[in-house]
Design a protein around this ligand. Structure first.
Ligand SMILES: C=C(O[C@@H]1C=C(C(=O)O)C=C[C@H]1O)C(=O)O
Length: 188
């Protein structure tokens, strides 16, 4: 049956279309970015495992510079604010080190909880991180348009609460990882 649009008052069409609201776009962009942030942070146990077995320190300043430079270059290519992208990636690095430090501390106190094996950092984990870098910059290109919206922080927190990560030290580092994603709210 064809629907007929009656001119009666009960079916009066609203002059404001629901698609005019910025909210859904903000929520969707926030969810996509938080999923990538969580995926990146969830590599911390593997990175920590590699370092536990190799004895390498958590911090690798040269690698950090490479990560930040790669993110900046991708931002410029995708027309995203490079300073914002660099600040967001600095948070990702900080959050990863926070989770790694907590895990290594736990494993040194309770060696039976330490992973028996570790993936290779250079050939396995870092290539994964590099793939996420480019995906995250694309996600930030979408979030950029709504990062000033008052709803950005709320949508981000909501997405962060709903996201699943592997363990408590990773979960605890999430607030650090989302700190500068929106231009209003925490950190501003
Ligand atoms: C993840 C690592 O640990 C630290 C965190 C980094 C990151 O999040 O990209 C980079 C270098 C390290 O300071 C790593 O060594 O690859």
């Amino acid at each position: 049956a064809e629907s007929t649009i009656s001119a009666g008052p009960s079916s009066a069409r609203s002059t404001t279309s629901s698609s005019a609201s910025p909210e859904p776009a903000t929520a969707a962009a926030a969810r996509a970015v938080v999923a990538l942030v969580a995926e990146r942070l969830d590599t911390a146990p593997e990175v920590a495992a590699a370092k536990y077995h190799s004895g390498q320190p958590v911090e690798d300043a040269a690698r950090e510079r490479t990560v930040l430079d790669t993110a900046r270059t991708a931002a410029e290519r995708d027309h995203v604010d490079p300073d914002w992208v660099e600040a967001v990636f600095a948070d990702q690095i900080e959050a990863s080190k926070q989770a790694q430090t907590a895990l290594l501390d736990e494993w040194s106190r309770y060696p039976d909880r330490a992973p028996a094996e570790a993936p290779d950092l250079t050939t396995t984990v870092r290539p994964t991180l590099d793939r996420i870098t480019s995906e995250l910059v694309s996600g930030l290109a979408r979030l950029q348009d709504v990062r000033d919206d008052p709803s950005c922080t709320r949508d981000l927190r909501r997405a962060a609460r709903a996201v699943h990560v592997s363990d408590a030290p990773v979960q605890q580092a999430l607030p650090t990882a989302i700190e500068h994603l929106c231009t209003v709210g925490p950190g501003h």
